[in-house]
Design a protein around this ligand. Structure first.
Ligand code: GLU
Length: 260
């Protein structure tokens, strides 16, 4: 059983489809709820790292583009614009609830290079020591195709590993992992616990995510697998009402838990 009260450090990952409307504009209510919940967890004594997507999606909305660009320079440009807006909003909301945030824009090579990885860990530890909340995204404005994770699900698992988190929470637009695609199959049933991530789990998770984000369930399962290999359980749950994370404070079941 997972209970946040017994934990010290967690990673929360939130995706573009949770943070924005279809038109790419920020879902302010949801973002505020997410921030308020994280601030409350932080006041309780939990160290929380927030891995957030949304830079490209919000940039697309702000630049008035009709869809998420397919070519790298356009995506980089959208990310430049959107990341500013994203952090402006986070900074404002976290400040309202009395918390300070720090931005970490990471590329794959920062994590894979031993020395840079170690530097990153030092930075994280200092941010936590100072009582601030690290907000992480992939550095999409400089990362090009060959060297990107491309999805923040895998990035969030790497962050969880780097900071030795006790739990990874992935917020998404479904209630968790279903035995079939819940967007298309009415009789899809939620799987509450997965004890082993094998080929069959990946099979039911196949498919793309929303048109505004990347990923989908497949990359979330990859993330859960990577986290699990590092002794970190993962919960995939709906981000529609971020306050549902409070249920984890009381050890109640929510979403799909991937045990270790
Ligand atoms: N890093 C991308 C962004 O901020 C999103 C990647 C993803 O959707 O997982 O837009």
């Amino acid at each position: 059983m997972i209970c946040l009260k017994d934990m010290k450090r967690i990673v929360v990952k939130v995706g573009t489809s949770t943070l924005t409307y279809e038109n790419g504009k920020t879902n302010i209510k949801r973002m505020r709820e997410l921030v308020r919940t994280i601030c409350d967890f932080s006041n309780f004594g939990l160290e929380v790292a927030l891995v957030t997507s949304g830079a490209i999606g919000i940039g697309v909305g702000k630049l008035g583009l009709c869809e998420r660009p397919k070519d790298t320079p356009s995506r980089q440009a959208a990310a430049c614009v959107g990341q500013c807006e994203l952090m402006f909003m986070y900074d404002k909301f976290f400040q309202e609830y009395g918390n300070t945030v720090g931005q970490l824009l990471i590329t794959k090579s920062d994590i894979e290079d031993k020395e840079r990885g170690a530097n990153l860990i030092n930075a994280f530890e200092k941010i936590f020591l100072y009582g601030a909340i690290p907000i992480i995204n992939e550095n999409d404005s400089v990362a090009v195709e060959e060297i990107v994770y491309g999805d923040n699900d895998n990035l969030s698992a790497h962050v969880a590993r780097l900071i030795a988190a006790d739990l990874l929470i992935i917020l998404t637009d479904t209630d968790g992992l279903f035995d079939k695609n819940p967007h298309t199959e009415e009789d899809a049933v939620l799987i509450p616990v997965v004890n082993e991530i094998d080929g069959s789990v990946f099979e039911i998770a196949e498919g793309k995510g929303s048109s505004r984000g990347t990923g989908g369930m497949f990359t979330k399962i990859q993330a859960a697998k990577l986290a699990g290999e590092n002794g970190i359980p993962t919960i995939i749950m709906n981000g529609e009402n971020p306050e549902d994370m409070y249920r984890l404070m009381e050890g109640r079941q929510v979403g799909t838990l991937f045990t270790v």
